[in-house]
Design a protein around this ligand. Structure first.
Ligand SMILES: [Zn+2]
Length: 151
């Protein structure tokens, strides 16, 4: 039977951890390259659809690879979405699209903002909770500072 030393066990654990990290980083990039155009098409199509109701003006639309954020709206009116939006069910995609669209008028999460969201998605609370249940990719949006300012 092979002898197990502390150094040997630790070494193997550290090696495995590093390997996993490298693999995760690599696959994340590959996934982003693979799905970002699909995400762009989806986001543009749903923005046009929902903006028939709101009629807001928005700037650039970017698709990003982000760890913890699904979408954001800058003070200049540019919209950002996580490419992983392509993996969400349609009702959550639409909630995200409407959410960011409404920030073009209400740059906060106050009652006025939610009334605006509710105009097209009356059950937004359910969808917001469903989105938060998506694990670590949930939107961090309780605070206004979740909205990124233009850099
Ligand atoms: Zn928000």
């Amino acid at each position: 039977m092979k002898k197990r030393t502390i150094i040997g066990v630790l070494g193997r654990l550290l090696y495995r951890k590093r390997k996993v990290r490298i693999l995760t980083k690599k696959s994340s990039r590959t996934m982003y390259m693979k799905y970002k155009e699909q995400a762009r098409v989806l986001v543009h199509e749903r923005l046009i659809f929902w903006n028939r109701h709101y009629g807001f003006t928005y700037g650039q639309v970017s698709i990003r690879d982000q760890k913890t954020r699904w979408g954001s709206c800058s003070k200049k009116g540019n919209l950002n979405f996580n490419y992983k939006i392509v993996f969400l069910p349609t009702e959550l995609v639409d909630y995200l699209i409407v959410h960011e669209l409404c920030h073009l008028k209400e740059f906060n999460h106050g009652p006025g903002f939610w009334n605006l969201v509710g105009e097209t998605i009356p059950e937004y609370v359910l969808r917001r909770n469903a989105l938060r249940a998506q694990g670590k990719y949930r939107v961090r949006e309780l605070e206004t500072n979740a909205l990124i300012a233009e850099r």
